[in-house]
Design a protein around this ligand. Structure first.
Ligand code: NAD
Length: 431
């Protein structure tokens, strides 16, 4: 049993908090958001993530999981302190490290001798050194500490399963074998391959991984554009490519492009770091441009079908950046709906989980509580997020209740011939 503090109770920190508690450790979750901490203490889960509410409840009841806003209450008792705060993009595309700096400053005075601080947030290359130097400045004299870089690869919507069964655990250290051994022991129940390397390489593994996945998405989206022009179907092309083990089938779904709190900011931050290091990251720029194009293309194709969007009623299915999450950060839906509103359209939208969040983020959009209500009387329906609920919706009924049955399938969820038979004018991506 270890004593652990997790700083930042968001998508990463909260899932880790409950997971480590579930494995039998004593965990303190620390967050500066007092309202969030109160919710968590009361057993209310602030985010939509499968299995998380049950785990939260169970571990609060066991007394192994506590939440606080007070570093002084949690950190002095902890052997491991995980930094899981947000690192969003600044206006120039670099990672905003204000939350990390402030967490390091706040934790340092309370660190006990020999504590291990773990950088789990996605942080630019060199952040291990930065966090070390901030702590060294603020820690009481004579106490030793270690900083390990341990980037995170969980996927929202599957976070609990990913945390209990990671593909790999990457630990970056600058010659602190003892801290690495202790951390390996903490992770031992997860039974995952562990890569131990230097801190900078560990930090780079995260940026390179996310940028590669984003590249696969932009690659297939570029192929989709070509498929449309030459009369091929990108879904079949991707399937044919995916059988090749050197390529693999994952992340080859053409659509409205990637979004979320990670890929957009991480590709941008890596490009920024590359520029700072005097490199010319041409591929990363192309990946970002293609991604932005995919969102514009959906609106362009919609206009080709409906004509002027002014006063048209457009239905949207799916607002979260992907299925099984309520996270709307950098969701393609935000840009796409923004373009529709700017052209004078009326937008009515439904999402299985992000509805409440969307009421705050998109005050000009009518958020409704089921997919049919969104489609009722609409001039076109755009499917943005591939939630299961949409895959087997009663599309015959949808075609009947729409004013104009135009279907923009932004995720290629449906069979074009079937949709046409039901009376839709069907527009997919790259087919
Ligand atoms: P989030 O915004 O959901 O959560 C961050 C939390 O940190 C918030 O609750 C915020 O109130 C809290 N916080 C900010 N400053 C603080 C401080 N000084 N002290 C205590 N709490 C503080 O963020 P997230 O999605 O969990 O991401 C966290 C990090 O993990 C980011 O660097 C992200 O890139 C990385 N990451 C995220 C994912 C993901 O799927 N969300 C996956 C892998 C890695």
């Amino acid at each position: 049993m270890a004593q652990i503090s997790i700083i930042g109770a968001g998508y990463v920190g909260l899932v880790y908090g409950v997971a480590f508690a579930d494995l039998g450790n004593d965990v303190y979750g620390i967050d500066i958001d007092a309202a969030k901490v109160e919710m968590l203490k009361a057993g209310q889960c602030p985010i939509y993530e499968p299995q998380l509410p049950e785990l939260l409840e169970r571990n609060l009841q066991s007394g192994r999981l506590k939440f606080t806003t007070d570093y002084a209450e949690a950190v002095p008792n902890s052997e491991f302190i995980f930094i899981c705060v947000d690192t969003p993009s600044t206006a120039i595309g670099e990672a905003d490290m204000r939350a990390v700096r402030s967490a390091a400053e706040m934790l340092a005075p309370h660190l006990r001798d020999g504590a291990v601080v773990i950088n789990k947030s996605t942080m630019p290359i060199g952040s291990g050194d930065l966090v070390s130097s901030i702590i060294a400045e603020h820690i009481p004299d004579g106490r030793k500490f270690s900083v390990i870089s341990n980037p995170e690869f969980l996927r929202e919507g599957n976070a609990v399963a990913d945390v209990f069964k990671p593909d790999r655990i990457v630990l970056g250290t600058d010659n602190d074998a003892d801290a690495v051994a202790r951390l390996k022991e903490l992770y031992a129940p997860l039974d995952a391959p562990v890569l131990v390397t230097d801190r900078r390489s560990a930090e780079m593994v995260k940026y390179a991984s996310n940028s590669f996945l984003a590249t696969k998405i932009s690659f297939i989206n570029e192929i989709a554009q070509i498929c449309e022009r030459v009369g091929a179907d990108v879904t079949v092309v991707a399937e044919g490519m995916g059988y090749d083990p050197r390529i693999g089938p994952l992340f080859l779904q053409a659509g409205v492009g990637y979004g979320g709190s990670c890929f957009p900011k991480d590709v941008k931050a890596l490009a920024h770091m590359a520029h700072e290091a005097d490199c010319h990251p041409q591929l990363l720029h192309a990946v970002m441009e293609i991604n932005a194009d995919q969102r514009r293309r959906l609106v362009k194709r919609l206009q080709e079908q409906t004509g002027d969007l002014h006063a048209k009623d457009i239905a949207i299915w799916g607002l979260s950046f992907k299925e099984n999450t309520d996270d709307m950060r950098e969701s393609p839906s935000l840009d796409i709906i923004g373009m529709m509103l700017a052209r004078g359209a009326n937008v009515r939208a439904y999402d299985p989980a992000a509805g409440e969040r969307a009421k705050r983020e998109l005050p000009r959009v009518d958020i409704v509580s089921n997919p049919y209500e969104a489609a009722d009387g609409a001039d076109a329906l755009c499917v943005i997020t591939p939630w299961n609920e949409f895959k087997q919706a009663n599309m015959g009924r949808v075609a009947e209740i729409m004013r104009n049955p135009i279907l923009l399938d932004g995720r290629n969820l449906y069979k074009p011939a079937e949709m046409r038979e039901l009376g839709f004018t069907y527009v997919g991506v790259g087919r």
